[in-house]
Ligand binder design. Structure first.
Ligand SMILES: Cc1cc2nc3c(=O)[nH]c(=O)nc-3n(C[C@H](O)[C@H](O)[C@H](O)COP(=O)(O)O)c2cc1C
Length: 338
């Protein structure tokens, strides 16, 4: 799939670079543009000095399938990432200048650059969003930050009323497309997406990373704290909510959390996402990983979006097979060791 229209924004292709430290400088953003991104979401900011200070203690641990930990810079495909992070340490006026330059560079190449706000105070987010809207073609509001319980300067909203109130306040101030990134950690993420849409979101992002904790079995814990977690194993969890939202709602969806390969991007699209924000795969594989993903979705038609839902049924509608799937497992137990 090449050019994508989503919530009023046109992007070069559906593989977007999500917000992270990789998109915290003009050089970082232009490198993503040059590597072929469909769009780039700049690193989040908010009004809080505490959220900026949080970046001073950022730390990253790549976790292999056997639980062993690799240091920052040594991640391998298939690793999970446990990390602490903070928001961009920038003055807002300076940051608006960076966003304007980045978007001028990207848009000239068909790759818009989005501003991003991780929610602290909704009124402050509205002020920042209004200012961003004068320099970028779209704004992403992240209300799913997994660091919410550790870093009180950022908030994770998991209830419909909170989502409605926050999105309404920011929507009223932002006169460009507003995309809202939701947590995966809520009893009903579709209800949150419905609320975000009703409050004025032009698209919703599904889903944020998860809080995580990993003992090092040496008397402590990896990173020495709790953190945010994602891994290839998170992919089906993200796709659960993307596919449910696709079936139940009429809102453009941006997938995120768990796409490590071109096939994973296709899985997001087949589940109903029109675009996919990728981060961890690029920390591990660099610009080459992005190019492989973009090439892997080239030529895919619009009708591919949501195509996996065609043959997907509720449990009650699945006809029983002639021989139950559990039979070989119980047979193996009852016939072994005798
Ligand atoms: C180190 C790091 C920093 C991140 N910082 C932000 C951020 O500032 N704002 C935001 O909305 N998402 C942030 N994210 C979340 C990513 O944008 C993305 O949604 C998430 O990593 C899931 O995608 P992935 O599985 O491709 O990594 C960050 C992720 C990582 C790994």
């Amino acid at each position: 799939m090449d050019r994508v229209e989503l919530g009023g924004l046109v992007t070069a292709n559906p593989v977007w670079v999500g917000s992270s430290e990789l998109t915290m400088t003009l050089a970082g953003i232009t490198a993503c543009v040059d590597a072929g991104a469909g769009a780039v979401v700049a690193k989040s900011v908010n009004e809080s000095a505490a959220a900026r200070r949080q970046l001073d203690i950022a730390d990253y641990a790549f976790v292999a399938a056997d639980g062993s930990v690799r240091p920052p810079g040594a991640g391998m495909p298939g690793d999970g990432l446990l990390n602490r992070s903070g928001l961009a340490q920038v003055d807002l006026d300076d940051w608006l200048g960076v966003l304007a330059d980045a978007n001028a560079y990207g848009s000239a190449r068909g790759c818009p650059v989005l501003g991003s706000i991780t929610l602290g105070d909704p009124e402050a987010a509205a002020r920042i969003g209004r200012a961003m809207a004068s320099v970028v073609p779209a704004v992403e509001l992240n209300i799913g930050a997994p660091h919410g319980r550790e870093a009180r300067a950022v908030r994770q909203l998991t209830e419909v009323d909170g989502v409605t109130d926050a999105v309404r306040v920011v929507r009223s101030a932002v006169d460009v497309p507003l995309f809202v990134k939701l947590p995966g950690q809520a009893s009903d993420v579709v209800a949150l997406a419905r609320a975000a849409r009703a409050a004025g979101a032009d698209a919703v992002g599904l889903v944020g990373r998860y809080p995580g904790f990993l003992p090092d079995l040496d008397g402590g814990a990896v990173l020495g704290s709790w953190g945010a977690w994602s891994s290839p194993g998170c992919l089906p969890m993200s796709l659960y909510w993307v596919s449910k939202a696709f079936r139940q709602l009429d809102v453009p969806l941006i997938g995120t959390n768990g796409a490590r390969t071109a096939k994973d991007v296709l899985r997001f699209l087949a589940s109903g996402a029109r675009a996919v924000e990728v981060v961890t795969a690029l920390w591990i594989g660099g610009p080459a990983a992005l190019r492989v993903m973009v090439d892997g979705v080239s030529g895919i038609g619009e009708d591919f979006v949501g195509s996996a839902l065609a043959g997907t049924r509720e449990y009650g509608d699945v006809p029983p097979p002639p021989s139950p799937a559990w039979l070989p497992y119980t047979a193996r137990w009852t016939s072994s060791g005798r």
